[in-house]
Write a protein that binds this ligand. Structure first.
Ligand code: CTP
Ligand code: CA
Length: 222
């Protein structure tokens, strides 16, 4: 509606959104990655921009069109690249939203030559840095850190644990065992937690969910 389009409640706010998967290269033809279309993050970035925010979108590889209303779009591939770009923009951001599906593992040694298939069974891997956890440690007063949790069981318990351990201000829980919402789907259904509150958003198109998430962020922190 016209009312929604003219609602500039995030005017003068700087918002950093990460979206999409990361990919960790193994050799010139193979990589390790996570499921993520990037859609939820793109919709959030678009919604914040519509509401007047100065948005930076840091995106892993996706098939999505770059939103025309966002002029700061940064492309990354690996988690380490994502980390560098996030740290570059972090200080300057009021709200940081990590929707990116960060690959938990990376390959210890990238091979310039294509590996023969019998050599890739026992690849050495290591954990990627936890980017949002690092942000949680550096966060200053007034900065709002929002994370996502992709869970299949013990949903609330796991989400609350992440909220606390990563020093987030808000976490958005996705039940990724569901077939009708989430990955590669147009619709989503999420529950938002702060340390004190819980908001269940009913199933809806990701664009509407993005609007609902912005509303909850606004009413909680501003
Ligand atoms: N995240 C991150 N850096 C990582 C892994 C995750 O910043 N290396 C962020 C994600 O962007 C998300 C939140 O942490 O906002 C939770 O991601 P999730 O994969 O659910 O949590 P993990 O801590 O990786 O735990 P696990 O995958 O074991 O459940
Ligand atoms: Ca993970």
């Amino acid at each position: 509606s016209e009312y929604l389009l003219s609602k500039k409640d995030f005017m003068n706010k700087k918002v950093l959104v990460t979206a999409g998967p990361t990919i960790e290269k193994i050799d010139p033809v193979r990589f390790l990655s996570n499921r993520s279309s990037g859609r939820m993050g793109y919709e959030l970035a678009i919604e914040f921009a519509n509401r007047g925010a100065d948005v930076t979108l840091i995106s892993g590889p996706t098939n999505l069109e770059p939103p025309t209303t966002i002029n700061k779009i940064v492309r990354i591939e690996s988690a380490e690249e994502l980390r560098q770009k996030v740290l570059e923009h972090f200080e300057d951001s009021d709200i940081i939203i990590m929707t990116a599906a960060v690959s938990d593992l990376r390959i210890k040694n990238y091979s310039e030559q294509k590996l023969k298939k019998d050599k890739i069974v026992n690849l050495e891997m290591e954990k990627n840095p936890d980017i949002i956890k690092e942000l949680g440690k550096r966060k200053r007063d007034g900065q709002i850190l929002v994370g996502f949790a992709a869970e299949t069981e013990n949903l609330k318990e796991n989400a609350m644990k992440k909220l606390k351990e990563k020093n987030m201000d808000m976490i958005i829980l996705n039940d990724v065992s569901r077939k009708d919402v989430g990955f590669e789907k147009e619709e989503n259904e999420v529950t938002i937690f702060t340390s004190k509150e819980e908001h269940r958003l009913e199933k809806n198109h990701k664009r509407i969910i993005a609007g609902n998430i912005c509303d909850v962020i606004f009413s909680t922190f501003f």
